[in-house]
Write a new protein. Sequence first.
Length: 170
Amino acid sequence: MTRTTSRPLNGLSASGTGAKLIGGAIAVAILLLTAPAASAQVVQLPTFRSFGIGTTVLVPDGGTALIGGSRSGAIGSVSRGVPGLGRIPGAGRLFRNQATGGSFGVSTMTVTATIIDTEALDRMLLAEAAAERAERARRDRANGITVLDDDQQRRADFLNRHMGRNKAKR
């Protein structure tokens, strides 16, 4: 889904992300590294495997892209028993324990892009605040309360905040 705005965006604020705005879509260079949990060995140090993807994608505003992923798996079996007796045909099962186990994992990476137009957001918030002030002033006038304009209100707020600060020093 691509959203269009009446005013084109001039740039993209993406500090440290490497994101670029190209024709209304966000281009992001992504490096995916996964490392599964270490498998503990009795004698050896833990072993690690890593998988990497390096790619660039174009994602429209609000869109999601599947970058890639990996699947891994391991199956193993262990057989223990009484030496010699475990190999007797037919009766060997009574003297032997056999176990099979497996471990499987899947890792995927997706990117969802959202373009945030901070200038439009600021304009919207300021318009809402002005509408709230106008509604409050209308209500106050209807109730007979004196209404100050913005400049008078700023001065009154300043005086309220700073009155009495220097009295303790005298």
